[in-house]
Design a protein around this ligand. Sequence first.
Ligand code: SAM
Length: 477
Amino acid sequence: MAKKYLIVLAQEHFEFRIPELESVAGIFKKRLLDIWDKQLIDHSLSNHVDESLQIQNEDDEKMSIHNYFNQYDTPYILLHNVSEQDVKNIMSRTILAKNAYEIWGYGKTYNDMKKSILEFPEDAKKSCFNSSFCIRVKACGRKMSIPEQIKIIDSLEDVLPFEGEVDLKSPENEFHVIEDYGAHKGKKFSGDPHYIYFGRLIADGQRNLLQSYSVKTRKFIGNTSMDAGLSFIMSNVAKVKPGDYVCDPFVGTGSLLIAAARHGGFVTGGDINYNILHARGKSSRVGAGYRDKDETIKDSLKQYELQNKYLDVMVQDNASNAWRSPLNMCHGIFDAIITDPPYGIRERCRKVGKNKEVATSANEPTIHYPEQTAYHLDQVFIDLLTFAARTLVPGGRLVYWLPIYRPEYSDDIIPRHPNLKLLYNCEQPLKRETSRRLLVMEKCEKEIADCQTNGASFNSDAHRGHNAFRNKYFKTK
Ligand SMILES: C[S@@+](CC[C@H](N)C(=O)[O-])C[C@H]1O[C@@H](n2cnc3c(N)ncnc32)[C@H](O)[C@@H]1O
């Protein structure tokens, strides 16, 4: 019997879970489509009749993974055609998968599950029977009392002749009975489970990084610093690998670069705000006064022993950044661009420019501070796509957030560029009428040369004009 592995996903950022898993599997040269065992989806759909989720043909299959997980909202995904090492590789990167199990048995009832455990290869089981172990019972959406759990564990004794010591603290093997109650959507369940699995825990995901990289424990933060979880998810969907060259053109306090550096990328970026990149001005921490000298991106990387991944950051305006070399020297230099552009809500959206023509005189001071002018959001995104289409390597990914006014949203407004293919578009609600969407685009292998400088388009009324999105944001609930 070929082995199967169960991955239990976190019950948060629902729309981001499959894009993250698919991208992380891609880093290790696995296609989620090839390793995803549809046995569970078939089973779930037969319990939960929803025509729109049925797989009609091979072409629907890819969409169906996303539809199924977005709509059916299950935390369980079964993998096959993979080795234990493949699964461990995936778990070594993912934030949105909690645990992975080698499945010994599963079924609609406890009896079916026990029969299936008996069919699991004897030699694979035997090696575990003499080691220390513990068994726990888990149910997503249901709390189970200790006596209930003990009853279930005792009922497995006839198919699991463990001889090793029970060790609840650090067992050599930890086994879980997992009760699946179907679509979750935050509901609490009672009654019988729809499905039950028994598996050996083989790896945890990287959720411990949410604590160890929390912005709360970081010295250098700003009022728009991206939280650690989303930063790692962005770096994962960007498929950042060791040795990659990664850029954030709106770098701020560098949270996204920290995640990319942790994944092995060499990081660089730019920001128009001199103070933020040079540890000047007031700290965003309440009552902290002026920034200390070590409130820099380089020092933040040092905090995590990642300073060897730091290239440098530049004070520059993304509308006219230093990588726009007229000689095309910066063509195809970045493996990934991950960024959170300004929305004009908590930080100003400005670019270098003149508000009015001022006559110059021969006595002008030698130090010149460039004047800044309004930077309309639609132009911010057009410039970003133009920048990415030029500077990404073929197959490199651009990952960024787009603020959305929900009443006026349709997929048609998503910024486009002929040389960038949209892969994912995942929503994170902010308020009832506003949200932001994480957009993941990949540079086409064969690019259209004519479109390099003027191919980007973005037609959205909500983003056009000075402070257009800001005004909507503050008027909405
Ligand atoms: C949403 S914040 C990015 C926050 C960042 N991800 C972090 O974790 O700190 C947007 C950043 O864009 C910068 N910015 C605004 N206009 C810019 C421009 N024209 N060129 C480059 N950076 C700009 C702002 O100074 C701000 O730091």
